[in-house]
Design a protein around this ligand. Structure first.
Ligand code: ZN
Length: 145
């Protein structure tokens, strides 16, 4: 017989559940798995973690992963900005994409993009605007942010 002082209605998963004086069979939801360690979680239906430690670890890991992705994106943007800023300072409005890539330019990193009047895409890296084709960076110029 199950000790009902140790189990709530939701933790009685399996073939039988003893609630009060009534025995129920297969009428309770399946347990979910701890989002952190994957072990079966018993308790409230909305319970997601097997322990406070798992809840803390999961949220810390999620926050760290988000911070890591954000830092990497900002590093790419800053690197692109330094490269584009050099081009602007040197009066180079057009450079080969190959040259930019050799300097570490990341074509995927930009702070904004929008369609231009002639269908091309205008990219922004903070206050520097440019058009990127498959072979060149064109119309590189500083604009009002
Ligand atoms: Zn866990």
């Amino acid at each position: 017989m199950l000790d009902k002082t140790k189990f709530s209605i939701h933790c009685l998963i399996g073939t039988y559940a003893h609630i009060g004086s009534t025995m129920y069979k297969n009428e309770l939801p399946e347990p979910c798995n701890c989002l952190n360690c994957g072990t079966a979680v018993y308790g409230r239906p909305d319970k997601k973690f097997c322990s406070d430690k798992c809840r803390h670890d999961y949220h810390n890991l999620s926050a760290n992963a988000i911070r890591s992705v954000r830092r990497a994106a900002l590093r790419s943007l800053d690197s692109n900005y330094r490269i584009l800023d050099q081009f602007v300072r040197m009066g180079m409005a057009s450079v080969s994409l190959e040259s930019a890539l050799a300097l570490g330019f990341d074509p995927a990193a930009h702070s904004r993009s929008q369609k231009g009047e002639r269908g091309h895409t205008l990219y922004r890296c903070y206050d520097i605007e440019y058009v990127m084709t498959t072979s060149r960076l064109l119309k590189i110029k500083r604009v009002n942010p």
